[in-house]
Design a protein around this ligand. Structure first.
Ligand code: 5GP
Length: 175
């Protein structure tokens, strides 16, 4: 069995999500937004965030290949599912669980900027700043975390643990 240690509690997450939602609501007052979730890790964050954003909002989802069952980033990002609609002229908020090296979001950002949106912002719940290799940052960041492998609140290890309500560090010796 892997060992889990709580890093960020559900109460801390809820408070931070409310704070980010408030900022987004203020920043886009009077406008419509498209929340684009990166499957599958961002689904829970998107669901919680969306319900607190007091704006006219729609959802879309994008999927790229990522870690699979290991912790190493292959350095390659492959599109698995594109957005369903054109984002031309839209206010896009890309919703991601965690920003690590930045390879994934750089790839997705370039893909979406090609649609020529009106505005493009990134909301990342977690940010491993120390691991960044690409020149990309989120506009809305929940928590800056150390270089530990975390699971829960949508984040998986080999598809497990996504349903944990807290964000936990997975024992580094095991996985
Ligand atoms: P990046 O392309 O920024 O290196 O990696 C982003 C992706 O890597 C995230 O969307 C997530 O799928 C995965 N990832 C990075 N760090 C972690 C982590 O600590 N835990 C989990 N479960 N996934 C991670």
């Amino acid at each position: 069995m892997e060992e889990l240690q709580v890093l960020i509690t559900r109460a801390q997450i809820a408070a931070k999500v409310a704070e980010i939602a408030e900022r987004i609501t203020a920043d886009f007052a009077g406008e419509s937004v498209v929340l684009i979730g990166v499957l599958k890790g961002a689904t829970i964050f998107l669901a919680d965030l969306a319900r607190q954003i007091k704006l006219d909002a729609t959802f879309d989802f994008i999927a790229v290949s990522s870690y699979g069952n290991t912790r190493q980033h292959s350095g390659e990002v492959r599109l698995v599912k594109d957005v369903d609609q054109s984002m031309a002229g839209k206010n896009i908020i890309l919703v991601e669980d965690i920003l690590d090296t930045g390879l994934t979001l750089t790839y997705i950002r370039n893909l979406l900027l090609a649609h020529q949106p009106k505005c493009f912002k990134i909301a990342a719940l977690l940010d491993k700043v120390s691991r960044r290799t690409e020149a990309i940052d989120a506009d809305y960041v929940g928590f800056v975390i150390p270089d530990e492998f975390v699971v829960g609140y949508g984040l998986d290890f080999a598809e497990r643990y996504r349903n944990l309500p807290d964000i936990c560090v997975l024992d580094s010796k095991r996985a």
